[in-house]
Design a protein around this ligand. Sequence first.
Ligand code: HPA
Ligand code: ZN
Length: 324
Amino acid sequence: MKNFIAKLPKAELHLHIEGTFEPELMFAIAKRNNIEIPYKTIEEVKTAYQFSCLQDFLDIYYAGAGVLITELDFYDLTMAYFTKCKEDNILHAEIMFDPQTHTKRGVSFETVINGIHLAREEAESKWGITSELIMSYLRHLSEEDAFETLSQSLPFKHLIKAVGLDSSEKGNPPSKFYKVFKASAEAGYVLVAHAGEEGPAEYVWEAIDGLQVMRIDHGNNCLTDEILVQEVIKRDLALTVCPLSNLKLQVVKELDSHPLREMMKRGIKATVNSDDPAYFGGYLNQNFYALQEALDLSKEELVLLAKNSFQHSLLDEKRKKELL
Ligand code: HPA
Ligand code: ZN
């Protein structure tokens, strides 16, 4: 099965580039930027990665991203992820980045996007791996702040396909961002959002009706509302599910009680993704391996999950056809 999964062509639709920051690269970049980090060894970093909820993780994730300063840092970070794509047979990646995490520290939007973009071009020319960028607004910050990010993004609009919504979900419902999502759509961006990871089904309703997203990141808590499940199916909205993330952040107790099987059984279009692989213990293939074992997924089910990832990507129909 592992061999089958490894060879399966895949797209990854839910991946935070800041969440691919491996401790080894973090140490190297911190050193060249003369920044102190609160860990002495890689082992120390890894033992710090024990989380009891999303917020626990976010505190460490934002601190880690704090050593990224130059265009080269963002290039190195992104190139390291594309190397993993090559290893995992990911043919297409939709990469989220959090501009506010960097602009708040005085790193310019331009520095972030130029570094990431350079790596995207290289991955495509070297390995034929295509990618899209999703600019994610941080939901613990204000809508006004998101509006500022939207305007900073406009000179680089040709490099960004979509906007998303991430960070601390509880207490920060999608309704806080209706206006900026509407303005983002008017500017030409496609819309996605994290919803129903720790937040209730009500937040997923807000994401689909209020924000008008075309895809839901996580969406686990959809399953608590049968009418919502029917609506997600009717509107053909895919969920970008992240098994190892769910396990590490204690969204699920065990992988064998992961809701993915139930989602598939009910006819929801689910995809498998790694979310923040450097923090959650594995890249895309590891997520597939763990899930296949825990839920005893068949080859047909694995193929369906991989097909869903292309089908519900932001690729144009022509490239979808080539890849499916
Ligand atoms: N949820 C919310 N925000 C995030 C995540 C996540 O899983 N990863 C990075 N930012
Ligand atoms: Zn995420």
